[in-house]
Design a protein around this ligand. Sequence first.
Ligand SMILES: [Fe+2]
Length: 506
Amino acid sequence: MALRQFLYLCPLLMAFAATGCSDPTKSTNRRKPVVFPSSGKKSITKIAALEKVVSPPGTFFTTPYLQLGTNATDPGTLSVVWHTAAASAVSLPRWVVETRSPAGSGGWKKQVAPIRSNRVAVGSVKPHVVYTAAVNGLVPGEPFDYRVLKSDTPVFAARANRARPSASQDYRMVLFGDCAEDTAWQKKIAYQTSLLKPDAVLLTGDIVYPHGRASEYRANYFPVYGAEKADPERGAPLLASTLFIGVSGNHDLAYSSLSKYPDGMAYYYYWKQPLNGWGGDVSAERPPISGDRTAFEKAAGESFPVGGNFTFDYGNTHFVAIDANYYMNWQSPKMVAGLRKAVTENPSATWRFVVLHVPPFHSSAVHQNEQWMRRLAPLFEETGVDVVWSGHVHNYQRSRPLHFLPSETKTSDGKVDGTFALDTVFDGVGVTKPDGVLYVVTGAGGAALYSKPLTSNADSPEAEPFTAKYDATVHSLTELTVRGKTLSVRQVDENGKEVDRWSVTK
Ligand SMILES: [Fe+2]
């Protein structure tokens, strides 16, 4: 262990000697502790109440929920998605979505973009239609109202927390992964999320257990995040009011045998996100699907095969979401070129975040032989990625800022060796300018925790030297606040207690 520690630190010491860029004595690297924004409390402006609308029984199979939609950059856009039982009637109902933005002001505005639909008739799930209405013209950063009309009669209305913020506006987001398994922990995390009332929720993969099936969404996902009321034993009514963004994990897309899981890969059916990804032409760029694909392709529509990789802007941040599953060949020139373009495509963004499910760096015993994403570390460093957010490992971990040069030598055990340079000066409190990329694992969103070999001590000799903070004692979520050039992060547990707080400044 002593030798390994030395090898890890050697490049860092050499870097200090060569550049002095992380010299702890340099005053430029020191800042006053960042004052954290108060969570969930905004100045209250009185807004006219939303008129109550009752949905007649049987109107929806899944009530409306908010999605990013296909526009990756315009903060005035979102999509409203709902499901109905497949229509057997000859004449289909006329659906219309109307918005009022900001919330409570002015009249309802009819959204004119054609409403799209895809029919989901897979496995033993009741056949249903997924409707997607693109919404335009929202006032960025403001709460807004929307309602759904069926044959001219309002059948659903909701108030959204916030439209997407513009580049000059702050935002607050909750992140967690490894969640919808119908556990008590999942419901407590959903409840804590509702108390924070974030602008958006970003799921870092393994959204639905155990096999990413449509039937599992219906049992474990929609009832918890779309619960009737906020209750730590049931979940919270988040989906209608809060934008959810989903990044795929292995439980979402890797069970790709349609003969075994005919309603699997439901990620492609239910998430309506930008289709600006790349790849998908060969099996090393998408799930290797086996079995009859006819019903699957109809249900997935245009989300397959590119839906696993996408980018979007949110406030002053450029997000890149990528599929990190075992079947992806992230070493192919085409995929690397696509990723490089994706990360750098908004030059004016203040922050660049990558979200991928399988963490390149972590200290847990489980999944130690799944290090393939480490090979992208040099690209992340070169393109100015600030933080890589992951899940997969069911606990919370934060790395030191790091540089990693992977070895060319391939190992047979799935590990990727290489040379590290660690910034041991950054502490996220008094020293907030990192030298390197930060890697965060926030996989404690609901599935059983991984506590081996560590529970909570990042200073343990069993922890990798790059790990700065580690907590596997409790389920938790990440609350991320971006205010201009300050990123403030809190890790909050299932009971609302703070587990970690740190910040980055530019
Ligand atoms: Fe996973």
